[in-house]
Ligand binder design. Structure first.
Ligand code: PTJ
Length: 247
């Protein structure tokens, strides 16, 4: 039983979620290592959403609101930490969730799909190999994408994505991608259209609030905000935030 007074209570709580998801066959073995790497970067940014990350989340909200076919791609880590919030986001925008795993096995897909079905998600893609197509540009374990999901999407939300994939989706396949990655130097962060450098556990609630705040704005206003954004500047600010902490 975790003690709420422990100075690192939240961190321990998320570790517990990660371990439970591993035991339940949701998290990949490597997901534990990825979580540890994330913790390190979270420590370096002060374990809070920086003003720069908050601004980037607002831009992500604008992208969601102007997109024609957005899709939320989920993996083991995202499901372990924020399944409830992902389900809320999907319902708010009325958009599908695609289970898209790096280490794909039928068992993990089944376990993850049960989590979202129990949360009332009916628009769940990537659960059946028959609906998958192979995208020639995307080789590797994660190459199959759902015909009605990532393949058709103009905007893909990719929390905790691997770099190869993010690069190919964004650059080779000409899609807009929004990633959430605590490491501003990762290839995922460096190649996505919008890179939210913050912890997924803080990002999704903040993103939901931001979408609610922006949803009555006109498409022109939303597009103006999008045009004013530079991901290069965002990443440079994120790196500077870490440097400031070291100083
Ligand atoms: O469930 P699967 O099979 O799709 O596998 C998922 C993992 C995450 C294991 C797989 O995609 C992978 O190996 O990813 P990487 O290459 O380790 O990249 C994960 C990135 O997410 C790293 O840059 C971490 O710093 C970052 N990260 C880890 N935890 C968080 C995070 N970013 C935001 N929030 C977190 N909680």
């Amino acid at each position: 039983m975790l003690n709420k007074d422990h100075p690192r209570y939240k961190s321990l709580l998320y570790r517990e979620k990660i371990v439970k998801a591993h035991d339940a066959g949701i998290l990949a073995d490597s997901g534990m290592i990825a979580h540890g790497r994330g913790e390190t970067f979270d420590y370096l940014i002060g374990e809070k959403t920086t003003p720069n990350a908050k601004n980037t989340i607002d831009i992500a909200a604008c992208y969601f609101l102007v997109a024609e076919n957005p899709v939320i791609s989920v993996n083991g880590n995202t499901t372990a930490l924020v399944a409830d919030e992902i389900a809320e986001l999907s319902k708010l925008l009325n958009i599908p969730i695609e289970i898209n795993l790096y280490y794909r096995t039928d068992e993990r897909v089944l376990n993850i799909s049960r989590v979202y079905e129990d949360l009332g998600i009916t628009n769940l893609l990537g659960t059946n190999d028959d609906e998958f197509i192979d995208t020639p540009d995307l080789n590797g374990p994660r190459s199959p994408v759902s015909i009605d999901g990532i393949n058709k999407a103009d905007l893909i939300f990719i929390p905790l994505e691997d770099g190869d994939r993010a690069e190919k989706l964004t650059i080779n396949n000409n899609k807009n991608t929004i990633c959430v990655d605590l490491n501003p130097l990762s290839r995922t962060a460096q190649t996505s259209t919008v890179s939210i450098v913050d912890n997924i556990v803080r990002v999704i609630p903040e993103l939901i609030d931001s979408i609610k705040k922006h949803q009555n704005m006109s498409k022109d206003e939303l597009n103006d905000k999008i045009k004013s954004f530079s991901n290069e500047e965002n990443l440079s600010n994120s790196i500077n935030d870490i440097i400031k902490r070291f100083k």
